[in-house]
Design a protein around this ligand. Structure first.
Ligand code: ATR
Length: 270
């Protein structure tokens, strides 16, 4: 469920998994008007639907309307998954952090959250979720670097990381071992930052949550500087997997090449 929703690739992914397992189920995109979110959820709970994945701009409101929330959703201040039980209760979860870790595991198996300082670029909802997940996953020195310092400071106050503005970029990047671009696609390259990330030591990793294009200019410039690149496509798969298990009670089939399905869908969108 989202607004807009047409671009969502999740129905392709869940649809392929459903087909492979032969489940009597359908995963459908729902576009809801900004004002209609709570009313539609109210109509679908109580066993009418198994649950919902929620995307922009409803992730924060999804957490608010739920009866219970897991720790990941509470820490992120947002939910991407609502699970409905027959007694009308709604459980909010956030699987985006699992998706982030899944992407690192798939593309840089050597990576560890605590391998050194982590710099998260951006301070919107996506960045907040990434910071919460990275800290919960063992990262000890997480730095939020944002054009607008006050938004980075708000995350730091809530989650206990540190905050830097763009006039402190060099200090934020000092010793960086993991770089995560969680800005809303605004950074067109390393050179769009006031100071590019430093050329770095072996083992350093750069991840971009944006996956259109798959190799963003940001990732390209980081790769050029020596970082191992991680694109955002596996994050989409990694957040969908636990959602699927929550809806249907079975894990997604390993035999399906999820990445190939998404790449084909993206090629078709061009
Ligand atoms: P979301 O909830 O999807 O993360 P958001 O709340 O709109 O989206 O946040 C977008 C983030 O991308 C912000 O950190 C924003 O920086 P500001 O807080 O300074 O606005 C960042 N961002 C977007 N476009 C940018 C650009 N061209 N340069 C730098 N940062 C940009």
């Amino acid at each position: 469920m989202g607004h807009p929703i047409r671009h969502s690739l999740s129905p392709r992914l869940h649809g392929a998994w459903i087909d492979h397992l032969g489940l009597d189920a359908a995963y459908v995109p729902l576009r809801v008007t900004e004002g209609g979110f709570e009313r539609l959820v109210d109509g679908l709970k109580g066993g009418v639907f198994a649950g919902l994945n929620v995307t922009l701009p409803f992730k924060e409101r999804a957490l608010v309307l739920a009866d219970e929330a897991d720790e990941a959703a509470r820490r992120a201040g947002a939910a991407n998954l609502l699970v409905f039980s027959p007694d009308e209760r709604i459980m909010a979860k956030n699987t985006d952090g699992l998706g982030l870790f899944y992407a690192f595991q798939q593309q840089t198996p050597h990576w560890r959250a605590d391998q050194g300082p982590v710099v998260v670029l951006g301070a919107g909802g996506a960045a907040r979720g990434a910071v919460a997940a990275l800290m919960a996953g063992g990262a000890k020195d997480v730095r939020v670097l944002n054009r607008t310092l006050s938004r980075a400071e708000a995350i730091a106050a809530d989650l206990g990381c540190s905050a830097f503005g763009w006039d402190q970029t060099e200090r934020a990047f000092d010793g960086v071992a993991t770089l995560v671009n969680a800005t809303s696609g605004g950074l067109s390259g390393g050179d769009a930052l006031p100071t590019p990330p430093p050329a770095t030591c072996a083992g350093a990793v750069a991840m971009d949550m944006v996956y259109t294009p798959l190799k963003t200019a940001f990732l390209q410039s980081c790769e050029h500087l020596g970082y191992a690149p991680v694109d955002g496509l596996d994050m989409l798969i990694g957040q969908a997997r636990p959602s699927f298990a929550a809806f249907y009670g079975v894990s997604p089939p390993e035999a399906v090449d999820s990445r190939a399905i998404l790449l084909a869908a993206l090629a078709g969108q061009v």
